[in-house]
Design a protein around this ligand. Structure first.
Ligand SMILES: C[S@@+](CC[C@H](N)C(=O)[O-])C[C@H]1O[C@@H](n2cnc3c(N)ncnc32)[C@H](O)[C@@H]1O
Length: 219
């Protein structure tokens, strides 16, 4: 499977689980401390782009606090579920590989990408990070999560039981791999936290460690 086919399979997966995902995570914020660490770095009324916006929990959090929130996701069913739960809000329906089609160089204050970039192959991940760097303004911040490990696999989709065996494409990165992507882009790390996944519906919950990082664009 090439990178595009991997992404296509991820989109199909989320179309299938959107209703259940919305029920469990449409409004539930599980990592409030990380949201707050991100918010601390934001200018008043900042424009936040959420890559892999899913069913809108991040929209609910930031729009209430006066930020200019824009979601992006390629799953039509996740978008539909987000609008059903929260009402309509700015939401680009496309692959995040195409983010530069929608946003100009140096135009966004902050990018948020939690539990989404782990569905990109390492090559795609590098391209997306470079594009994020381009659209962020100087001094802008970027929060993302990744799963610690190495290589890639098709893992079980927790919502689909037997039908979801070996279905969901996942990519893992070591700290060294992440740092080798961040460094040439001159992203400077300002926050870091590791979290062991224990939730029943977490992807790869056994032994999975999610790393969260907030980095700043410096010229
Ligand atoms: C596990 S969900 C997380 C959703 C949301 N960030 C949250 O925390 O609730 C992953 C989301 O990323 C989206 N996604 C994955 N790869 C994507 C891509 N290449 N372009 C756009 N969206 C993508 C999926 O459609 C799905 O909605």
């Amino acid at each position: 499977m090439n990178s595009e086919e991997k992404r296509e399979s991820v989109k199909e997966n989320y179309d299938l689980v959107a209703k259940q995902y919305g029920k469990d995570f449409g409004t539930y914020i599980e990592d409030l401390d990380i949201y707050k660490a991100f918010e601390k770095e934001l200018p008043k009324g900042a424009t936040i782009l959420d890559l892999g916006a899913g069913t809108g929990r991040t929209y609910a959090y930031f729009s209430k606090r006066g930020y200019n929130y824009i979601g992006l996701d390629f799953s039509p069913e996740m978008k539909k579920e987000a609008f059903r739960i929260h009402g309509e809000f700015p939401y680009v329906l496309d692959d995040m590989m195409n983010v530069k089609k929608y946003f100009k160089y140096n135009s966004i204050d902050a990018v948020f990408a939690v539990y989404s970039l782990f569905h990109l192959s390492l090559d795609d991940f590098k391209k997306v990070l470079s594009n994020i760097h381009d659209i962020l303004r100087d001094g802008g911040i970027f929060l993302f999560s990744h799963q610690l490990g190495s290589g890639e696999e098709f893992t079980d989709e927790p919502y689909l039981g037997e039908k979801g065996k070996n279905m969901l494409y996942m990519s893992y990165q070591t700290d060294d791999e992440i740092e080798s992507v961040l460094k040439p882009l001159k992203f400077v790390e300002i926050y870091r936290k590791n979290k062991i996944e224990t939730h029943d519906t977490a992807i790869n919950r056994d032994n999975a460690t999610t790393a969260y990082r907030i980095v700043r664009k410096v010229e």
